[in-house]
Write a protein that binds this ligand. Structure first.
Ligand SMILES: *[C@@H]1O[C@H](CO)[C@@H](O)[C@H](O)[C@H]1NC(C)=O
Ligand SMILES: *[C@@H]1O[C@H](CO)[C@@H](O)[C@H](O)[C@H]1NC(C)=O
Ligand SMILES: *[C@@H]1O[C@H](CO)[C@@H](O)[C@H](O)[C@H]1NC(C)=O
Ligand SMILES: *[C@@H]1O[C@H](CO)[C@@H](O)[C@H](O)[C@H]1NC(C)=O
Ligand SMILES: *[C@@H]1O[C@H](CO)[C@@H](O)[C@H](O)[C@H]1NC(C)=O
Ligand SMILES: *[C@@H]1O[C@H](CO)[C@@H](O)[C@H](O)[C@H]1NC(C)=O
Ligand SMILES: *[C@@H]1O[C@H](CO)[C@@H](O)[C@H](O)[C@H]1NC(C)=O
Ligand SMILES: *[C@@H]1O[C@H](CO)[C@@H](O)[C@H](O)[C@H]1NC(C)=O
Ligand SMILES: *[C@@H]1O[C@H](CO)[C@@H](O)[C@H](O)[C@H]1NC(C)=O
Length: 895
């Protein structure tokens, strides 16, 4: 916000002073650029721009498009980092000189042109982010082997990692396995060949479910919206991944080039091969990719380095072994014809029994590759385990009550499942191959469903074939209930992203017949920089339907609750992942954590909600708190403290600002809402002396009334006087309750028992009335009050002031209840002066146009005359000063 304001001021400045200002400095606001959480991205006026974008700024009303300005998102070197910055400059100087005599200025353009010349303006907008580059035959999978480049006092040669990268829709999804010794690194960087940091990610401990995002030795994430330039570097293998640890004041880094790899397409299992702790071979490490060839054979590709003696330059034998608890399962020696200085690749096939196959997927087998000449020192080893890629498998289940499921593999090769089947009685559920209509015979694929419709569990025995089908998206969850047979939900493969860093997804349920038989699943999370992330997948809607994602945030579900309606994104298709440009506000964070929020899918431009999910208790990272200074447990009546709103939350209900009400608990209190704070006063009863009947306390009444026995009965049932939502028994006397003072002890009202009208009198000299003793009759407040009490039926809706304003009247800053009527002329009221006759205003359709009366010759003449006669003149009587008159004279002479 601050930035935008500053910026607006700057632009207005350059606009007004045009070329002159631009000449001084062609660049603007270098220092004021907001920091985008993405290094390679500019954020300008709530829009993201990729590095290299060029655009004409549009500041919206009232300033609009600045046709003479061009903004660019340019790279900027900040020590080792490359960050994107917005540079804007005037293009006026570059305008070509028109060749005709009478050039014209067309709206929306910067330069004058000759009539008829329709050639485009000099600089056109370039928004590379909108260009969809169709890339065929490009490899979308990359691998990296991260090792230390130098040895030091710490034995870090055994600190290694391997990465997997998948490029999809401008995003690079990454995952790493690190050697267990190091613990979790603090940072991940992507650098170029010169060592410049292109992007950096902080690696946090996940706030929630640590089993998938924070699995031991595993790092998952996504680099979104890679600029075109970086995409090219990635294709050319000119990007390096770096993991950074900070220990004991020292920074340890390991790095490796991000390389294309074909074996990743069919990878089923991975391995990180670590050097022996005693090895001092710098850069030694390896990674294996295991894929299935037949139901009894696997292919293993190994990428490695650091197993060669300096003298070994050709035909070097390498020994490979695969073992299961010290028992050898496979052994082979492969000759490397010409060892490469960076990475070497070997491939081999292993035939295995079914039993050994299963143990392979369970991470029990150890792969060893070693130099034949120096097998003790030059050796790499690691167990084969779940593939390094971070994935989630999810499906919706369209049973009578919709359900959902999400599954993932842990490092030990077990499949963790969470399935909600709904309320169906005695359902049976299992994993099946997609489109196979029968329940599987294989009991190992059965899911254990509990009474409450949930099936949460772990499947320990996952065969390579099941794994292969799972990764290929060929598995379904099949549910059979007593009423419905074979409800099937195809398990979609999803890369892990920020939004999936939440404990569980929410189910988007159909809300309208316009979205018949559709369902969805959504993940919502807040990251440590306080940005919201969402990941939504829909089923049952056409993939070309134009949709909008909205979020509605409520502090609590109560009548009149203030809410925030937040548009998230427009999209087309059946899934959307993203994050709003702006960081979440204090209120939004509070509502996400403590309130009730709705995620809504609508048709583009429509108000009809197609699908909706309820989102509650979104964990907020510690770095975003305290967004309020209160305790986490929020008391209902404290809500206004938490939610910035001028509404008041009281007794489970929201009241508008300035609303007056009688609390449900205590009819002898009156409350009003003032800027979000409810204030309640206990009724103060006026003194009462009865001229007839006697002073009685009637049940349900706060103040005593003068009455006799027959009257109590009749009036308790009969009509009453009503003021500000409180009813008064006929014959009762009371002080009215008014804003903003509460009970007005200077006024005494009486509910007339014949006409049921309220009659009031002003008290001028009672003790209670205190400093309000000498209220004059012009007191605007009292006028308004009198009006109200004379016509007690007038409710807020029919308020005459509101009516005048709605008919184009103008606000009266002195008395809000007496606005100026549309078309009327008036003198404004100035505090110290009273009505200021020298200024005349006219109210026209809600706008007041005021003008000051100016000195004229005759007025000045008159003033001089008085001055001559009386020695002085009261200038305010004339709306003109002698000084002004003198000026006028001087001007005339000059002319
Ligand atoms: C992350 O968790 C590990 C252990 O689970 C702990 O040692 C480490 O301090 C945590 N790091 C942060 C930044 O909280
Ligand atoms: C480093 O490795 C040597 C053996 O090569 C070992 O003696 C030493 O304790 C190790 N140091 C650390 C800090 O692990
Ligand atoms: C499986 O591996 C074990 C070694 O642990 C070996 O003894 C056994 O023969 C293997 N089974 C088959 C069928 O290959
Ligand atoms: C592999 O498939 C063949 C035929 O499809 C079958 O006879 C054999 O038992 C299977 N082997 C294993 C290990 O599942
Ligand atoms: C399950 O819920 C649906 C709708 O929520 C309802 O129509 C159905 O009767 C319920 N079935 C059982 C067995 O409770
Ligand atoms: C299953 O897991 C989900 C998500 O973690 C949870 O909401 C649900 O209560 C669990 N159900 C049971 C029966 O434990
Ligand atoms: C679920 O499985 C049990 C045991 O196999 C069977 O008796 C029951 O009929 C099945 N239920 C349904 C709804 O198919
Ligand atoms: C209203 O009364 C109920 C019960 O008499 C009590 O629990 C509650 O705290 C009261 N609320 C307020 C706002 O006084
Ligand atoms: C009560 O007061 C009303 C007038 O206020 C009068 O008409 C009526 O007679 C009185 N009744 C008694 C019993 O005094």
């Amino acid at each position: 916000m601050e930035f935008i304001l500053k910026f607006t001021a700057l632009v207005i400045f350059t606009n007004v002073f045009g070329v002159a200002a631009a000449k001084k400095s062609n660049k603007l606001f270098d220092e004021d650029v907001p920091v985008s959480p993405k290094a390679a991205e500019c954020v300008f006026d709530k829009q993201r721009y990729e590095l290299g974008s060029l655009w004409t700024p549009d500041l919206g009303p009232p300033i609009g498009i600045l046709s003479c300005m061009r903004c660019k998102c340019v790279p900027f070197q900040k020590k080792r980092r490359i960050v994107a910055r917005v540079h804007c400059h005037s293009i006026k100087e570059q305008c070509p000189k028109p060749k005709c005599e009478e050039p014209i200025m067309l709206p929306g353009r910067c330069c004058k042109i000759c009539p008829g010349d329709l050639s485009p303006e000099t600089a056109q907008d370039i928004l590379p982010q909108n260009i969809v580059e169709i890339e065929q035959n490009t490899n979308k999978h990359f691998v990296s082997l991260l090792t230390s480049l130098k040895a030091n006092s710490l034995n870090e040669t055994s600190l290694v990692a391997t990465g997997r990268f998948s490029f999809k829709e401008n995003s690079l999804y990454y995952s790493f396995y690190t050697s267990e010794k190091a613990g979790r690194p603090q940072k991940l960087q992507f650098i170029d060949t010169q060592g410049n940091i292109l992007e950096e990610f902080s690696i946090f401990n996940s706030t929630n479910n640590p089993s998938y995002q924070d699995a031991p030795q595993k790092i998952c994430g996504v680099w979104r919206r890679l600029p075109k330039g970086y995409q090219k570097m990635l294709r050319q293998e000119k990007i390096y991944a770096v993991l950074v640890w900070k220990t004991k004041g020292q920074e340890l880094t390991i790095s490796g080039s991000v390389k294309k790899n074909n074996a990743l397409e069919s990878e089923l299992l991975s391995s990180l091969l670590k050097p022996e702790p005693t090895s001092n071979s710098i850069g030694a490490a390896g990674t294996a990719m295991v894929s299935l060839i037949t139901n009894s054979t696997v292919k293993i590709s190994v990428i490695f380095n650091g197993l060669f003696m300096p003298s070994e330059i050709a035909n070097v034998p390498i020994k490979i072994t695969l073992s299961l608890k010290k028992h050898l399962v496979f052994e082979e020696t492969i000759n490397i014809l010409k060892p490469a200085s960076d990475l070497n690749t070997i491939e081999f096939n292993v035939k295995m029994s079914e039993d050994n196959f299963t143990r392979l997927t369970k991470g029990e087998m150890i792969l060893n590759i070693a130099s034949v000449s120096n097998p003790q020192q030059l050796k790499l080893s690691g167990n084969i385990m779940t593939r390094a890629t971070c994935e989630m498998f999810q499906a919706t289940l369209a049973s009578s009550e919709p359900g959902m499921s999400w599954l993932y593999l842990n490092n030990a090769g077990s499949l963790i499942y969470n399935v909600y089947i709904g309320n169906s009685s005695q359902p049976n559920a299992s994993l099946v191959h997609a489109n196979s209509k029968t329940m599987t015979e294989d009991t190992s694929l059965t899911l254990k469903v509990q009474e409450n419709g949930w099936a949460n569990g772990t499947m320990d025995k996952v065969t390579p074939e099941v794994l292969q089908s799972l990764y290929a998206g060929d598995l379904s969850i099949n549910v059979a209930t007593s009423s419905q047979k074979n409800i099937e939900g195809r398990l979609n493969v999803k890369y892990m992203d920020e939004a999936r860093d939440s404990a569980a997804p929410v189910l988007l349920k159909e809300q309208s017949s316009l979205a018949m038989n559709s369902l969805g699943m959504a993940w919502v999370s807040v990251d440590s920089d306080c940005y919201l992330h969402y990941d939504v997948s829909l089923e049952g809607l056409k993939s070309d339907r134009k949709l909008e994602l909205w979020m509605e945030l409520y502090p609590i579900i109560a009548p009149g609750a203030p809410f925030i309606n937040k548009p998230l994104e427009s999209f087309q298709g059946t899934s959307i992942e993203g994050s709003p440009v702006e960081v979440l506000t204090r209120d939004e964070l509070s509502m996400l954590e403590n309130g009730v929020n709705y995620l809504k899918v609508k048709d583009a431009g429509s108000e009809v909600v197609l699908l909706m999910a309820t989102v509650v208790k979104v964990p907020i990272p510690a770095s975003c708190t305290p967004y309020n200074s209160l305790d986490k447990t929020v008391f209902l009546d404290d809500l206004p403290e938490v939610v910035q709103s001028d509404k008041c939350f009281f007794e489970g209900k929201f009241h508008k600002n300035e609303e007056i009400w009688v609390p449900a608990n205590n009819s002898c209190q009156m409350c009003f809402c003032q800027n979000g704070k409810a204030r309640c006063d206990l009724t103060t009863c006026p003194e009462l002396s009865c001229t007839f009947g006697r002073k009685t306390i009637v049940e349900g009444e706060c103040c005593p009334v003068c009455t006799n026995d027959s009257m109590i009965v009749s009036s308790a049932k009969g009509p009453k006087c009503v003021l500000n939502g409180k009813s008064y028994l006929s014959g009762s006397k009371f002080h009215p309750f008014l804003l903003p003072i509460g009970f007005d002890l200077c006024t005494e009202c009486y509910c007339d028992h014949q006409q049921y009208q309220i009659k009031c009198i002003r008290l001028t000299n009672t003790e209670k009335c205190g400093n309000r003793k000498n209220v004059d009759i012009n007191d605007p407040f009292s006028d308004d009050f009198m009006e109200k009490v004379r016509n007690p039926q007038i409710t807020q809706k029919e308020n005459p002031a509101v009516k005048v304003l709605s008919e184009g009247g103008c606000k009266n800053p002195i008395n809000a209840n007496k606005p100026y009527i549309n078309g009327s002329k008036y003198h404004p009221f100035i505090d110290s002066l009273g009505e200021y006759k020298c200024v005349t205003c006219k109210c026209q359709d809600g706008n007041a146009q005021c003008s000051r009366q100016h000195c004229d010759k005759s007025t000045c003449k008159q003033m001089y005359e008085i001055k001559r006669k009386k020695g002085k003149v009261n200038a305010s009587e004339f709306c003109c000063s002698l000084k002004d008159c003198r000026k006028m004279r001087y001007k005339k002479k000059a002319n």
